[in-house]
Design a protein around this ligand. Structure first.
Ligand SMILES: Cc1cc2nc3c(=O)[nH]c(=O)nc-3n(C[C@H](O)[C@H](O)[C@H](O)COP(=O)(O)O)c2cc1C
Length: 186
């Protein structure tokens, strides 16, 4: 593939990704989930610490609990219940890179790392025709309890995953800030 074609197909993928809030009940084959995890596994991370941990919840009852008790009130997300997979994105932090180094640099490296790995996951899903939505409005305590996660894992986001029930609308250009507003080339 030429460089130009490679960029175009990458850019098409990025451009067409939208948060999916309407899932069909069709299950997601494990092979597709594993492809998403593999894409996340290859993400860069500070000091190559790879702090990401993915809990992939397919179990119907656990998903029901996550979507009823595990989400915070105020934003209604009934669609989450229909997603056949809920991924819980966690960080297992290390003392040096994630506690001591940020005291000096003031940068929370694990948050960056988990964001990158999570988006690798999301884009791999998109490339396979799957839909995702980051869910940051969750109840940390409840999610920990429902999944009996140890204290050593920091829960940072949920991501719903499934087949979109209807074709996704293309992103509206007006919903993104202009390039000049977010960047400066000096
Ligand atoms: C860290 C993060 C947390 C988010 N949390 C939620 C959420 O709790 N509920 C929700 O419906 N969407 C959530 N979103 C999705 C955003 O609303 C969405 O990405 C944004 O509006 C842009 O729309 P698009 O993803 O369709 O391009 C979240 C996105 C990110 C990156």
């Amino acid at each position: 593939m030429s460089l130009k074609t490679e960029f175009n197909s990458f850019f098409d993928l990025v451009r067409k990704r939208r948060s999916c809030r309407n899932y069909s009940e069709a299950p997601v084959p494990d092979a597709l989930i594993r492809n998403c995890l593999e894409a996340a596994r290859l993400a860069p991370s500070a000091c190559n610490k790879q702090p990401w941990r993915f809990i992939v919840v397919k179990d119907c009852e656990l998903r029901r609990k996550l979507c009823s008790d595990g989400l915070l009130p105020g934003i209604s997300m009934p669609w989450a219940q229909k997603a056949p997979v809920i991924v819980v994105l966690c960080a297992e932090t290390s003392i040096l890179t994630h506690t001591i180094a940020p005291m000096i640099s003031k940068v929370q490296y694990h948050l960056i790392d988990i964001g990158i790995a999570g988006e690798h996951f999301v884009l791999a899903a998109e490339a396979q025709g799957l839909g995702t939505c980051w869910i940051g409005w969750f109840n940390e305590k409840q999610v920990r309890k429902i999944l009996t996660l140890p204290r050593s894992l920091q829960i940072l986001s949920l991501i719903s995953l499934g087949h979109p029930a209807s074709p996704m609308e293309p992103p509206e250009e007006g919903k993104r800030m202009k390039l000049e507003e977010i960047s400066r080339i000096i």
